[in-house]
Design a protein around this ligand. Structure first.
Ligand code: C2E
Ligand code: MG
Ligand code: MG
Length: 345
């Protein structure tokens, strides 16, 4: 490994190679070349997932995890092909002072034929790594525009966009197609991106965001405060909204430093003319705290859980009766993990 990463000097430039290594041993991991190579490959995949630049020796649990992932990918592809089992739920985002619903966030739900409800924390990362995220994203965008066009209160609809959907110069075309098909005004659509989207190919990603904002769509920075939080992200793009991660909201009640961070972000939003939303508000005490710290809007179970559209409700009831487990309610940890996994993949 050390020999491989040593720099090569080519035309006055130091070039570096990176390497990850997967190891399978004979006879314990297989006795013919084909099995050994495929298991070494599985170990290599695990080494890359562990952060690259390292080695991993094959373990049977790695194979089981990969098989499960491949199964999930195949089933997700089938669900997208038939558009069955996939639903978009909506959760209100509320203005604290007027208590008006300003927007609803579109959240994907999947009812698997055998497994029942699968959490987006599990399948969105699979869509990300398997190249299905564009199809999944277009599905959610289409449903969100169609459903929002029928909302009597004319609230906006917020759609999550994964890092993998950005930086390719295709986002605006897909967004425009959905808006036109369902007759939704661009200013009724908001897209949510996490900071991780800005980590890779920042120029291309920002170009996509600028383009989509140019046609009148709003752009929100999701889960702010987690992962690689950096104020410089607020400088590279003029976001319309900052969503403060639910972990700060939860801790703001008991932790003075967390409350101070929420206040600093709310003040920053105020100065920049950007709406601040506190995510994951579950109790009145949390609502009072984030309101006192200056947040303008809130989202969380206190005001409503993600729920299906009126048209989907009967189908969801049938599916819930069929499966013992109802639609999964995410824990803040699962939600953060999903956000990270979504963004990293
Ligand atoms: P997110 O975009 O930050 O969405 C908010 C998540 O917080 C949702 O989880 C929502 O159900 C949950 N939540 C809302 N209020 C509360 C609360 O008061 N308490 C707790 N504990 N949780 C609350 P969900 O639907 O499981 O989604 C998890 C993540 O999966 C999302 O985080 C988003 O990153 C990703 N995701 C969901 N739908 C989509 C989608 O259509 N496309 C993409 N790319 N990602 C999606
Ligand atoms: Mg979101
Ligand atoms: Mg969020």
């Amino acid at each position: 490994m050390h020999a491989l990463v040593a720099p090569y000097h080519v035309a006055y430039q130091a070039l570096r190679l990176g390497a990850s290594i997967g190891i399978a041993l004979a006879p314990q991991h297989g006795e013919d070349a084909e099995v050994l190579l495929s298991r070494a490959d599985i170990a290599l995949y695990a080494a890359k997932a562990a952060g690259k630049g390292t080695f991993m020796v094959f373990e049977p649990s790695m194979e089981a995890r990969i098989q499960e992932r491949v199964r999930l990918e195949t089933d997700l592809r089938a669900a997208l092909d038939s558009e069955s089992g996939l639903f978009v739920f909506y959760q209100p985002i509320v203005d604290i002072r007027s208590r008006r619903v300003t927007a609803r966030e579109a959240l994907i739900r999947w009812h698997h034929p055998q497994r029942g409800w699968v959490s987006p924390a599990e399948f969105v990362p699979v869509a990300e790594t398997s190249g299905l995220i564009d199809r999944l994203g277009a599905f959610v965008l289409g449903r969100a525009c169609r459903d929002a066009a029928a909302w009597a209160d004319e609230a906006r609809v917020a759609v999550n966009v994964s890092p993998g959907q950005l930086g390719k110069g295709t986002l605006t075309t897909i967004v425009e197609a959905a808006l036109t098909t369902y007759g939704l005004a661009p200013d009724r659509l908001e897209i949510e991106v996490t900071e991780t989207a800005l980590l890779n190919d920042v120029l291309d990603c920002v170009a996509d965001l600028r383009e989509v904002r140019r046609i009148g769509v709003r752009v929100a920075l999701d889960d702010f405060g987690t992962g690689s939080s950096s104020l410089s992200h607020l400088r590279v793009f003029p976001f319309d909204k900052i969503k403060i991660d639910g972990s700060f909201v939860k801790d703001a009640v008991t932790c003075r430093n967390c409350a101070a961070i929420v206040k600093a972000l709310a003040d920053l939003g105020e100065r920049m003319g950007v709406t601040t939303v506190a995510e994951g508000v579950e109790t009145q005490v949390q609502l009072d705290r984030v309101a006192a710290e200056g947040c303008r809007e809130v989202q969380g179970f206190l005001f409503g859980r993600p729920a299906p559209s009126e048209a989907d409700k009967p189908m969801i009831e049938v599916l819930n009766q069929r499966t013992s487990a109802p639609v999964p309610v995410p824990t803040p940890a699962a939600t953060r993990q999903a956000a990270r996994a979504v963004s990293v993949a």
